[in-house]
Design a protein around this ligand. Structure first.
Ligand code: NAP
Length: 320
């Protein structure tokens, strides 16, 4: 039986990877504090704080696979020191945020990376994690660079804003969509690929990204899914910014809306991922899954990303 050590497994993606690996018949151990959540049923939980020197003492064993979900170099490096010699294969979950430029549509894995000057910044920390892992593991390493991960339970509340918004009534504020794209990967597709690629011993660097859909097509899918004929009100970038609406994510944002100069962030090349067995469910399936989740959690709940109904109404009512 394949023995897998997941460094994490209590977070949203990590738990999904654990479930995918268990479904493939693997024996899974998760090393985490347990602060982010619980380990899925069927996996073993070794409780440890990876900032402690003794964190890895109880897992110093030969592993078929180690899957690393952390970004912080203070966690990543000691794990490599302790476990890289003991692992047959290692998967690092990185991010497309490692890339220096977001203005080259179709850029592949050879695109330039950000510099590692400030490891407190997420992209630099991910690059440092990639470099340290490559040094320690060379041809035993798989680096998955996911784009925006979406699906039921997404703690960032980004993609879910839209199915939830189309579930409510009233005119819908949207950005101008021409020339804009949305590129997401369903958490279940990503987890299934990571579990399968680990089992197959796949190595190298992969943009784990979905198809790049024109933003307009995503809106059409959302309308179809909600079977609604809601009025759409497109507001230009200048007016949205003047009204204090933020790009991409977080409070008072229009999620997935990117500055024009960063449009290619949502147009990365995913052909290597698909050639390595990555499969992508239709966008309509992901929307249906997220819509069901949003309805069950409540369409008016407090969110980490998006406009509240009052904020949206205020922007729509503002002179433009
Ligand atoms: N969301 C996206 O769209 C997106 C896009 C690209 C890449 N990613 C990457 O996808 C991954 C997401 O992972 P995730 O959802 O499973 O969760 P996560 O919130 O990123 O947490 C990672 C894991 O690290 C553990 N951890 C943190 N500090 C620790 C410590 N001091 N000691 C021991 N364990 C510690 C956490 O467990 P405990 O807190 O329980 O200890 C958790 O299980 C990350 O690598 C992220 O960078 C995300």
């Amino acid at each position: 039986m394949t023995r897998i050590l997941v460094l994490g497994g209590t977070g949203w993606l990590g738990a999904e990877i654990v479930r995918a690996a268990l479904a493939e018949g693997a024996d899974v151990t998760c090393l985490a504090r347990g602060e982010s959540g619980t380990v899925p049923d069927g996996a073993r939980h070794v409780r440890a704080d990876r900032r402690e020197l003794s964190a890895y003492d109880t897992v110093l064993d030969n592993w078929d696979e180690v899957i690393e979900l952390a970004s912080d170099p203070a966690l990543v490096r000691p794990a490599l020191d302790a476990l890289a010699p003991l692992a047959r294969h290692w998967t690092l979950v990185s991010s497309v945020s490692v890339y220096a430029r977001n203005d080259e549509p179709g850029a592949d894995e050879s695109a330039a990376l950000v510099s590692c000057d400030d490891l407190g910044e997420y992209p630099a920390a991910k690059v440092a994690a990639e470099q340290a892992s490559a040094l320690a593991l060379s041809d035993r390493l798989l680096v998955a660079r996911p784009g925006l991960i979406v699906g039921p339970g997404d703690p960032s509340d980004r993609f879910g804003y839209w199915p939830a918004r189309f579930g409510r009534s009233g005119p819908v504020l949207v950005p101008e969509t021409d020339g804009r794209y949305v590129q997401v990967i369903d958490v279940a597709d990503l987890a299934a690929w990571i579990a399968a690629a680990a089992a197959a011993g796949t190595t190298g660097f992969f943009n784990a990204v979905g198809e790049a859909y024109p933003f307009r097509d995503v809106i059409d899918h959302l309308k179809t899914a909600s079977a609604s004929d809601l009025e759409l009100v497109a507001v230009n970038d200048e007016a949205l910014r003047a009204a204090g609406v933020n790009y991409w994510a977080g409070p008072r944002s229009l999620p997935l809306w990117l500055p024009r100069e960063d449009t290619a962030f949502a147009r990365r090349d995913g052909s290597a991922f698909r050639a390595a067995g990555g499969t992508l469910r239709p966008l309509a399936d992901t929307i249906a899954r997220v819509r069901e989740d949003e309805f069950s959690r409540g369409l008016f709940r407090q969110r980490r990303s998006g406009l509240t109904p009052d904020e949206e109404a205020a922007v729509l009512g503002a002179p433009r």
